[in-house]
Design a protein. Structure first.
Lengths: 325, 346
């Protein structure tokens, strides 16, 4: 488990976690007004993994994600006001968005900040991350490529092709599996012909890690160790972290009343909440609630400013810009 | 410098020149490093540039395509090589859902400067899974460029343009072109999106691509001996499409035969026919005629192959019909000449 090296760092981690949480909660609040007209796959509960991984990455890392990418985007780039503004503007479909309104939630990217590409086809950016790592090896640089994906992506053939290629070529890829046991509404035991993800991965020529994704400090520690190991012994890393998806697969609501899974007790929900877990750690390590409130108020102000800017921005009018000719 | 060379040598020269000129150009594909080197198009490339830059890949066409995309997004210019165009079907998710739209989705922030080279299979008995062209299917999706050379010169020049291009380019090489031996000017640049009138004429336009250009030229020679002057247009690239060159020719002759190396149903020839009818309607003396593969999967036995594949014979007959001419005796003509050249195995 990682220990922050300074108060500043400890609060920076809290800021990133809260930015992810408040960003998603703002979307939940705004969604019923029908101005965000793109399907949103929210990451409430995913913050520990997204922030943990992104916090441990070197600044030259190239990250790739899938459709549940909001926390990855905010953890990696949300500190940059331009990236934050472009995030909300894209959700609102405005010309100031990352894709000038063309990309929507499922294709967010901020290449300058290290998030190269995300995609709505589950698992489809995993091979792109391998390509980025291949390019780094080709040039002789030590850049790391990161592929983040949910546990269902492991069922796609492209995942195995990508893992195989990366292991064969000893590429510096981090394959990060965000394991919440669900593919939309279907549980792992209904989809899987093997018992344990880490056990299967250990059959490949890579470093394997697995752990609790609801604890951001454990995630940071695991990724740091993984990167150090990879630097000495260049091989892909496969890291699997467990998390709980608080909301429905797509959309701003919870759906425990749908019946496909029981609603856990409040105490269990609290224990699965990465923000609540980190707040406990902060409380036990001498950070008082006033300090945290200052951080939260700053984040809230930034998010609300960003949303206001998104609402005020114009829609795009040029469909044909960047069409090949 | 102008030198006579085979199509394989022309492709090989283009690859070597691009790899020499730009350290970011690399190439990979299944078995590209073996002793056969993709019908010799890969000759000496490993020896000259090393296996970091020219390497074989596992049988993972989907991920290999994604790897090319990821490498291209990171500044390399990868060339992904398939021994058969049909294998691109294993990579459709990456080609269509990923490569084609990265530039447009982020309004130009990203670019995917990759080339996918694929051989169109025809030798003997290739059959249903080793015979497709894929140009109609892939050109259908906005964001992919599709080029089909029909000569050694274009094999060289178009491939260099494809590798220089910042968008994903599908580069389709017909297997029988590999028999050609023609002059190549290594300083001649041919841009994508430029069709070429390869034979001037006044009586009928034959618009063709890939191997059908060779068939169209044989048909034009036969027609010439029988008093008909055919104009042959080599399309060269499906996307971007050179409308002006094609339409100028059709308006000049008033009659058009579209000879496509593909099924006519929902194919490139249907697109050309529609466009020609829309923009040359008042110039047309008769409806456009389309020639393509028979509407069946590709058979392997010789007798059925001869029915499946269109040839110069079909183009001659179509021209005679359009012009209201009596059918000439073609008994002495040597059709499927290149089929006779082929001696196996692959």
């Amino acid at each position: 488990m990682y220990t922050p090296r300074s108060r500043q760092e400890a609060l920076a981690i809290y800021r990133k976690l809260f930015l992810c949480r408040h960003g998603e909660e703002a979307i939940i609040r705004e969604y019923p007004s029908d101005e965000i007209r793109t399907p949103v796959h929210l990451g409430v509960g995913l913050e520990g993994i997204a922030v943990g991984v992104c916090h441990a990455l070197p600044p030259t890392a190239k990250s790739f994600g899938q459709l549940r990418n909001h926390c990855q985007y905010l953890a990696l780039c949300g500190h940059d006001p331009r990236a934050l503004d472009a995030f909300f503007a894209e959700l609102y479909g405005k010309v100031t968005g990352v894709g000038q309104g063309r990309a929507g939630s499922m294709h967010l990217a901020w290449p300058d900040g290290g998030l190269v590409s995300t995609s709505g086809i589950v698992g489809s950016t995993i091979s792109l991350a391998v390509g980025a790592a291949l390019a780094a090896k080709y040039r002789g640089t030590d850049e790391v490529a990161v592929a983040m994906f949910g546990d269902a992506a492991i069922e796609e053939g492209e995942f195995w092709e990508s893992l195989n290629f990366a292991c064969l070529h000893k590429l510096r890829v981090l394959f990060v599996c965000e394991d919440n046991d669900l593919a939309i509404h279907t549980f792992a035991h209904q989809r899987r012909g093997f018992k344990s993800i880490p056990d299967v991965m250990r059959g490949f020529d890579c470093h394997v890690f697995d752990g609790d994704g609801t604890n951001v400090l454990k995630v940071i520690g695991a990724i740091q160790t993984a990167l150090q190991l990879q630097a000495q012994d260049p091989r892909p890393v496969f890291a699997c972290f467990r998390w709980f998806r608080f909301l429905e697969h797509c959309g701003p609501n919870t759906d425990f009343n749908a019946g496909y899974r029981p609603k856990p007790d409040d105490a269990i929900l609290q224990a699965l909440d990465p923000i609540a877990n980190y707040e406990l750690w902060l409380a036990r390590n001498g950070y008082d609630s006033a300090e945290l409130r200052v951080v939260r108020d700053e984040v809230i102000a930034e998010v609300e400013r960003s949303i206001a800017a998104a609402k005020a921005a114009p829609y795009p009018a040029d469909l044909f810009k960047e069409v090949i000719s | 410098m102008i030198r006579k060379m085979s199509f394989a040598e022309a492709i090989n020269l283009a690859m070597a020149r691009e790899m020499e000129g730009d350290p970011n150009v690399c190439a990979f594909g299944v078995d590209v490093k073996d002793h056969k080197r993709t019908f010799n198009s890969g000759k000496d490339l490993v020896e000259k540039f090393g296996s970091r830059r020219y390497f074989g890949s596992p049988l993972s066409e989907a991920a290999a395509t994604g790897i090319a995309i990821g490498a291209a997004l990171s500044g390399l210019r990868p060339v992904h090589i398939h021994a058969r165009a049909d294998f691109m079907l294993l990579a459709m998710n990456q080609l269509v859902n990923m490569a084609s739209n990265k530039r447009w989705l982020l309004a130009g922030r990203l670019k995917v400067p990759m080339v996918v080279r694929a051989i169109i299979g025809r030798s003997w008995g290739q059959g249903a899974q080793h015979s497709k062209t894929m140009h109609s299917t892939l050109a259908h999706f906005p964001g992919l460029k599709v080029a089909l050379p029909a000569s050694c010169q274009d094999g060289y020049s178009l491939l260099r343009s494809a590798i220089r291009d910042d968008d994903p380019v599908i580069f389709l090489e017909h297997r029988w072109l590999y028999f050609l031996n023609e002059e190549v000017d290594d300083e001649l640049a041919v841009p994508l999106g430029q069709s070429k009138v390869v034979r001037s004429g006044t009586d009928v336009t034959i618009v063709a691509c890939s191997w059908m250009v060779v068939e169209a030229m044989q048909a034009a020679a036969i027609l010439f001996r029988n008093g008909v002057e055919a104009e042959v247009v080599d399309v060269r690239t499906v996307t971007p499409l050179d409308d002006p060159t094609i339409m100028t020719s059709v308006r000049k002759t008033g009659r058009v035969i579209i000879a496509d190396y593909d099924w006519t149903f929902v194919g490139f020839s249907a697109e050309l026919s529609a466009r020609i009818t829309e923009s040359c309607f008042s110039y047309l003396k008769s409806a456009p005629v389309r020639i393509g593969l028979a509407p069946t999967p590709c058979p392997t036995t010789r007798s059925l192959e001869d029915e499946f594949y269109p040839s110069a014979c079909d183009i001659v007959r179509a021209a005679e019909k359009i012009l209201g001419l009596v059918e000439v005796n073609l008994a002495g003509e040597d059709f499927y000449t290149y089929q006779k050249l082929f001696k196996g195995p692959f």
